[in-house]
Design a binder for this molecule. Structure first.
Ligand SMILES: [Zn+2]
Length: 146
């Protein structure tokens, strides 16, 4: 899923769970749970293929997908703790990026596991539902945070 969906659910977990270590753990694990839901993502093929010269537009997309939700979450919650907890929800994607930068056995194992989580991605469904699922996660989480 796009980072925004993960961040908003992570923020909701930060809102609902009072214990910080448990909130952080649940925020991290929520990434894998959300990725089970069939979804679509924007392309980061240039980044994945380490084509750095042509990857600036993709880094721009990722930056917007990261910074805009964080700004919204901070604005809605007015709480740095909730914003901090939400960041743990995108660590799995961060680990994948680390694996692109520094491929090794551990990062490749994580990447393989992360891909396996997407086991429903080949299920037949209208393309708009693959965006709708993410929009629903964002809107419901944002509503509950506020
Ligand atoms: Zn993921």
């Amino acid at each position: 899923m796009i980072l925004a969906a993960h961040l908003f659910l992570g923020a909701l977990i930060g809102t609902a769970v009072k214990s910080l270590p448990i909130a952080i753990l649940l925020s991290f694990l929520s990434h894998y749970v959300l990725d089970i839901i069939p979804h679509t993502e924007y392309s980061i093929e240039k980044i994945k293929s380490r084509d750095w010269k042509n990857s600036i537009p993709e880094f721009l997309k990722v930056s917007i997908d990261l910074l805009a939700p964080l700004a919204f979450i901070l604005f809605l919650s007015m709480d740095l703790r909730i914003t901090f907890v939400s960041l743990f929800s995108i660590i799995p994607d961060g680990l994948d990026f680390l694996g692109i930068l520094f491929p090794n056995r551990l990062t490749q194992q994580h990447r393989a596991f992360h891909q396996k989580i997407h086991f429903l991605k080949h299920i037949k469904m209208p393309h708009f539902l693959r965006w709708a699922s993410q929009i629903v996660v964002i809107l419901v989480s944002a509503y509950l945070i506020y």
